[in-house]
Design a protein around this ligand. Structure first.
Ligand code: NAG
Ligand code: NAG
Ligand code: NAG
Ligand code: NAG
Ligand code: NAG
Ligand code: NAG
Ligand code: NAG
Ligand code: NAG
Ligand code: NAG
Ligand code: NAG
Ligand code: NAG
Ligand code: NAG
Length: 511
């Protein structure tokens, strides 16, 4: 494994870069990059590097966009405080599954509100070769709180339980399927994995006879509900969309707290029954037996419950491939709960399956959308670092795009998104969150493997990966507002790179 050491020294650097990288606009909380029908910024290509050469991508608070520079590391034994040891490749740390976002109705509604050329630029910004190369997508099975009303694919009671009622909604055809198919074709032969999650079963199957609120599935519908999932995969397959994974239920335990959100509550024992007696056997006995079943799909403070009640039961575990984690209560739950939950189940992967900013709103103090906020980009950076340090294999954002007030959402659960669409102006805004997440999605392509790295110096966060193309990618974040110089040393080659204050950087290197 690689051991990389970083030493930070403070330098007074002249202004590192003043070249404008996008159509930058000053807005209420900072800056955004503006895209329209005729212009959108792209990511400079990854170059074929010769041995010893590096390419450095930088995004800073004062200069959004991706700046690419190249340089050389050289053997330099005199840099005594910098040491590198290489041993035991390949690494035993995690292999990346992917990074991406969710194809909600709201994301699609905002997308189609733009002129066609701007729509193309938005989809390319996320999925294109010169965009963020998102490798992961989450697709809601039916409606969510980011829809314009609550619905399922079988709202009328299915009296004979044959699922003859099952029908995709106009939302699937107008806002999801075309968007997903564009993403698939942009990814070309690059890895692109889709996983599906459901919010609520039909009102008539639930104890509270409503799509919203705290209701459980009436027990006579468990088998029917599992067959409903298969119907969904069949219907999407007819539209050329195949899935890689599925979660048994979005936030199965958090609907205690969110009474207005469309949801289906599972107590730990119901969750167990649902996976081991219904969803698990139904999927494994179907033509979709290959689907990864990603348990939990809820906030990480619930991981101990998952461990005690579910992962301890071999009958459930046989169906589970991984665990999905949401970020909403991370401030009060240390990331170490991830490690605790995995002590006995290292063969399972952990994947961050939902996150967004702006979910806590205080009128005029904290807003759903804080346009241009670097702090919200930093929230993404720190949470992704926390997860990756605990062997999590990827990270999934929530809505791919929202409007300027963080909607539409029929229950007024407005939040923020890396891309905000202004339909009136026919333009969209790439926020700092877009670039923050972009450094991970763009450079940590699927099957990159984390390698051991060491950081010396305060306030800097860095992690290193070996990509399938054999390049080493080191992601470096300096949270101080001053420019710094960082010594990087890999396999006896070392050198110094300049990192602006408040910046996220990716260093690519060919040995
Ligand atoms: C689109 O953005 C570019 C770059 O900022 C600008 O030059 C152009 O005028 C814009 N086009 C429209 C129609 O707003
Ligand atoms: C680095 O080394 C290569 C040859 O290996 C050379 O072509 C290049 O000019 C050097 N400098 C930079 C900044 O890449
Ligand atoms: C950083 O590297 C340079 C050149 O390799 C060296 O002169 C300097 O002492 C190093 N600084 C630290 C703090 O290690
Ligand atoms: C079940 O009911 C639907 C209408 O709700 C009907 O179309 C279908 O033929 C029925 N199937 C059986 C097997 O009775
Ligand atoms: C697809 O794979 C081929 C062969 O591996 C490669 O040359 C090509 O660039 C790839 N295309 C895309 C869009 O990734
Ligand atoms: C699915 O693929 C077929 C065959 O390539 C094509 O005719 C059809 O239009 C595609 N459907 C969608 C929804 O893209
Ligand atoms: C699997 O499906 C077949 C028919 O498709 C059925 O006969 C069998 O009982 C099913 N097995 C389980 C475990 O559900
Ligand atoms: C990550 O995985 C490695 C290899 O299984 C293990 O040694 C290490 O303790 C894990 N780290 C955390 C923080 O879980
Ligand atoms: C954004 O969506 C909300 C619904 O959540 C709606 O009330 C609002 O008018 C929309 N704003 C714009 C600018 O379209
Ligand atoms: C959206 O565009 C309109 C028309 O150009 C403009 O008046 C408005 O301020 C824009 N909204 C935001 C949040 O930038
Ligand atoms: C190598 O080390 C010397 C002495 O510290 C330093 O002057 C020089 O800049 C270093 N070269 C590189 C490429 O780091
Ligand atoms: C994150 C990081 O390296 N922090 C450093 C950023 O730069 C300042 C000084 O310019 C250092 O004090 C921090 O240690």
């Amino acid at each position: 494994m690689f051991i990389l050491k970083f030493t930070v020294c403070i330098l007074l650097l002249s202004k590192i870069n003043s070249e404008q990288l996008c159509s930058l606009r000053e807005v209420e909380y900072g800056t955004v990059c503006v895209c329209n029908s005729s212009y959108c910024d792209t990511v400079p290509s990854i170059e074929d590097l010769s041995s010893g050469q590096y390419q450095l991508y930088t995004t800073s608070e004062s200069n959004l966009g991706f700046l690419s520079t190249t340089g050389n590391l050289s053997t330099n034994d005199s840099a005594a405080s910098v040491s590198v040891t290489v041993a035991n490749l390949p690494s035993t740390l995690q292999t990346i599954i992917g990074f991406g976002g969710a194809f909600t109705d709201s994301a699609g509604i905002n997308l189609v509100s733009l002129p066609e050329e701007a729509q193309t630029k938005l989809v390319e910004s996320y999925f294109g070769e010169d965009g963020l190369q998102y490798s992961l997508g989450r697709v809601p099975i039916g409606g969510t709180d980011f829809s314009t009303y609550g619905y399922t694919y079988c709202d009328e009671e299915d009296t004979n339980l044959t699922l003859a009622c099952f029908e995709l909604a106009s939302e699937d055809y107008n806002y999801k399927i075309p968007f997903i198919n564009q993403a698939i074709s942009l990814r070309g032969n690059g890895t692109f994995r889709l996983f599906a999650s459901v919010w609520s079963s039909p009102a008539w199957t639930k104890s509270n006879n409503a799509i919203e609120g705290t209701g459980v599935l009436n027990s006579e519908y468990y088998d029917w509900w599992a067959r409903y999932f298969i119907k969904f995969f069949e219907a999407y397959e007819e539209n050329n969309i195949t899935f890689w994974g599925v979660t048994p239920q979005n936030e199965p335990m958090d609907s205690f707290l969110s009474i207005t959100i469309p949801n289906l509550l599972h107590t730990p024992s119901q969750m167990k029954t649902w996976i081991k007696d219904h969803l698990g056997p139904t999927i494994r006995n179907s033509t979709y037996s290959y689907l990864k079943i990603i348990a939990l799909d809820d906030n990480r403070y619930l991981l101990p419950i998952l461990k005690w009640f579910i992962l301890s039961d071999e009958d459930v575990l046989q169906y589970v491939d991984g665990v999905g984690i949401h970020w909403y209560v991370d401030l009060t739950t240390p990331a170490s709960v991830i490690e605790d939950a995995y002590n006995d189940n290292k063969e399972l992967f952990a994947l961050a399956t939902e996150a967004c900013n702006g979910y806590i709103r205080i009128t005029d103090i904290i807003k759903a959308v804080e346009l241009g906020s670097w702090t919200r980009g930093v929230n993404y950076i720190n949470d992704i670092f926390d997860n990756l340090e605990y062997n999590v294999t990827g990270w999934t954002d929530w809505n791919l795009a929202l409007n300027t007030s963080g909607g539409p959402t029929f229950i007024d659960n407005n939040v923020d998104s890396p891309i905000i669409v202004n339909a009136t102006a026919g333009e969209f805004y790439k926020q700092p969150m877009f670039y923050a997440l972009g450094h991970f999605s763009k450079f940590l392509v699927p099957d990159s493997v984390r390698v051991t790295s060491e950081v010396s110096g305060s306030n800097i966060r860095a992690l290193a990966f070996l990509r399938p193309d054999e390049k080493v990618a080191v992601i470096i974040y300096n949270e101080s507002s001053d420019d710094v110089s960082v010594n990087i040393s890999i396999e006896g080659n070392s050198g110094t790179i300049e990192v602006p204050g408040n910046s996220i950087n990716t260093f690519l290197y060919t040995q």
